[in-house]
Design a binder for this molecule. Structure first.
Ligand code: APR
Length: 244
C-alpha cells in the first residue's frame, strides 16, 4: 500500500469539483511506450518529434501514416491498468469530475471513463487532412488512404507539434481547471503547453494540487501533495481508501 498523505483522503472525499490531468505515465504500466522512449525496430532511427508534425506529413505522408499504423497496433493490444480503472471509478463516485488527458491511446475509454477530454486527439481515429471530418471506414491498401468524400489523404486525428489544440476541447479543459477544488496531475512531465498551464489555472482559483509521479517535475514545487510512485498503484489505493 503506497504511502498516502493523511489529509489527502479527506480532501478527495470533501472535494466538490475534481479535475484529473493525465499524461503518458498513466499508460506506462499498460506497456504503451511514452512518447519520448526509444523507438523500437524499424522506427528506431526516426525521431518521434520529427514525425509528429504537419511538415513531416506534407513531406512524406506514407512514412507518417505507416508510423501511426505501427503505434495504433501497439495501442490496440494494450489494456487499461488499475490507474485507468481507478479514474473511471472516481468518475462514478464524485459529483463533479473532469478527466483531461494528453494521451491519444483511448485507454481511459477502454477502462470505462465515459467523459474524456482528449487534448491531443486519439490515435485510433483518422480524419480527412482537408475537410477535418473523422472518417471511420476507408478502403485499405493505399497509405495514407484517400478520403472517401474528397480524395485528400487521411491523417491521424491527433494534434501534431506546432498545431493548435481543438478550440472546444481547450475551452472545456480550461473552464474545468479554473473551477475545481482539487486538481490531480497524473503521469505527466508537465513540460508541454498548453496542457501544462492547466494546474496553474487551478491553483490561481484556490484549488489544491496533487502530483502523482515517480519523478519530480517542474510542477512539483507547487503541489499541495506530492505522491511519489506509479499511478497504477497509487490511484487504486487512493480511490479505495477514500471511498471504502
Ligand atoms: N505512473 C505515473 N507516472 C509515470 C509512470 C507511472 N507508472 N511512469 C512514468 N511516469 C511519468 C514520468 O516520470 C514522466 O514525468 O510520466 C511522465 C511522462 O512524461 P512524458 O513522456 O513527457 O509524457 P507527457 O507528459 O504525457 O507528454 C506530454 O508531449 O510527448 C508529447 O504530445 C505528447 O501528449 C504528449 C505530451
Amino acid at each position: 500500500m503506497p504511502e498516502l498523505p493523511p489529509d489527502l483522503l479527506g480532501t478527495l472525499r470533501g472535494a466538490g469539483r475534481v479535475v484529473a490531468l493525465t499524461g503518458s505515465g498513466i499508460s506506462a504500466e499498460s506497456g504503451v511506450p511514452t512518447f519520448r522512449e526509444a523507438q523500437t525496430g524499424l522506427w528506431e532511427r526516426f525521431d518521434p518529434l520529427e514525425l509528429a508534425t504537419p511538415e513531416a506529413f506534407a513531406r512524406d505522408p506514407r512514412l507518417v501514416w505507416d508510423w501511426y499504423e505501427w503505434r495504433r497496433g501497439l495501442v490496440e493490444r494494450a489494456e487499461p491498468n488499475p490507474g485507468h480503472l481507478a479514474l473511471a471509478q472516481l468518475e462514478r463516485r464524485l459529483p463533479a469530475f473532469t478527466l483531461i488527458t494528453q494521451n491519444v491511446d483511448g485507454l481511459h475509454q477502454k477502462a470505462g471513463s465515459e467523459y474524456v477530454t482528449e487534448l491531443h486527439g486519439n490515435i485510433l481515429r483518422s480524419r480527412c487532412s482537408l475537410e477535418a471530418t473523422v472518417v471511420e471506414d476507408y478502403a485499405p491498401g493505399e497509405a495514407p488512404p484517400p478520403c472517401p468524400n474528397c480524395g485528400a489523404p487521411l491523417r491521424p486525428d491527433v494534434v501534431w507539434f506546432g498545431e493548435a489544440l481543438p478550440t472546444e476541447v481547450s475551452r472545456v479543459a480550461s473552464e474545468a481547471a479554473g473551477a475545481c477544488d482539487l486538481f490531480l496531475s497524473v503521469g505527466t512531465s508537465s513540460l508541454v503547453y498548453p496542457a501544462a498551464a492547466l494546474p496553474f489555472e487551478a491553483l490561481e482559483n484556490g484549488a489544491r494540487l496533487v502530483e502523482i509521479n515517480p519523478n519530480e517535475t517542474p510542477l512539483t514545487p507547487y503541489a499541495t501533495h506530492v505522491v511519489r510512485g506509479e499511478a497504477g498503484k497509487i490511484l487504486p489505493a487512493l480511490v479505495g481508501a477514500a471511498f471504502v
